[in-house]
Design a binder for this molecule. Sequence first.
Ligand SMILES: C[S@@+](CC[C@H](N)C(=O)[O-])C[C@H]1O[C@@H](n2cnc3c(N)ncnc32)[C@H](O)[C@@H]1O
Length: 242
Amino acid sequence: MTASYDRIGVDYARFRKPDPRIAAAIHAALGQGETVLNVGAGAGSYEPLDRRVTAVEPSLAMIRQRCPSAASVVQASAEFLPFSDGAFDVSMAILTIHHWPDRERGLREMRRVTRGRIVLLTFDPASRPWLTDYLPELVTLDEKQMPVMSEYEQWLGAVHITRVLVPHDCTDGFLHAYWRRPELYLDGRRRCGISSFWAIGNAEAGLLRLKIDLETGEWERRYAKLLTQDAYDAGYRLVVVH
Ligand SMILES: C[S@@+](CC[C@H](N)C(=O)[O-])C[C@H]1O[C@@H](n2cnc3c(N)ncnc32)[C@H](O)[C@@H]1O
């Protein structure tokens, strides 16, 4: 990561509104448990409102975007959680693990402070969603920053992994959220809320090819099947540790 969330996060809450369908999947995966730790909590997306949540977030820019009514937040990193062993019933980490300098340590810290389930929303770096046809540098980036799916079991013990399909009108503008609205990738303000665009740097060539393919109708011809789908397996995965 060349840019921290103190830069990326400035306009985050504007385009990164939690999607209710993904929220429902996360909350169901959390199961029972009254106290919840949310690590890499950002602006507070996906925090359940019906339980006692404690958020952990290192970036002040992200902390400042939390609603006044959001859960209390501690400025800290996953690798050094300032809580005692077994302090929480359950814990969650949503679209954040790839930013942690030491993923294994962060996950072991989550295990230490959590009595029950741990729920992670992450991305399988073996996936090749269509955007990588235009921006193959995303594959290189994800292979570098995303844990491979087998690592979760090595670090945390038995895990249950399920696909999280992205709805065609997903309200959370993460990297592959616009799979059926490809023209939105041409909007620089939206790209600013997506860390991968900061990390790959100059994406101009790929975006120009996308623009041309959209204008000529080539994109529609090439990905016609996608236009018939309401949801897409872009590679997002829910990892649940019981
Ligand atoms: C893509 S945002 C996700 C935020 C939130 N979970 C969500 O779903 O909107 C990634 C977050 O991870 C945070 N982060 C980066 N490094 C971290 C670390 N070492 N420990 C915990 N969080 C970290 C960033 O500051 C950022 O807020």
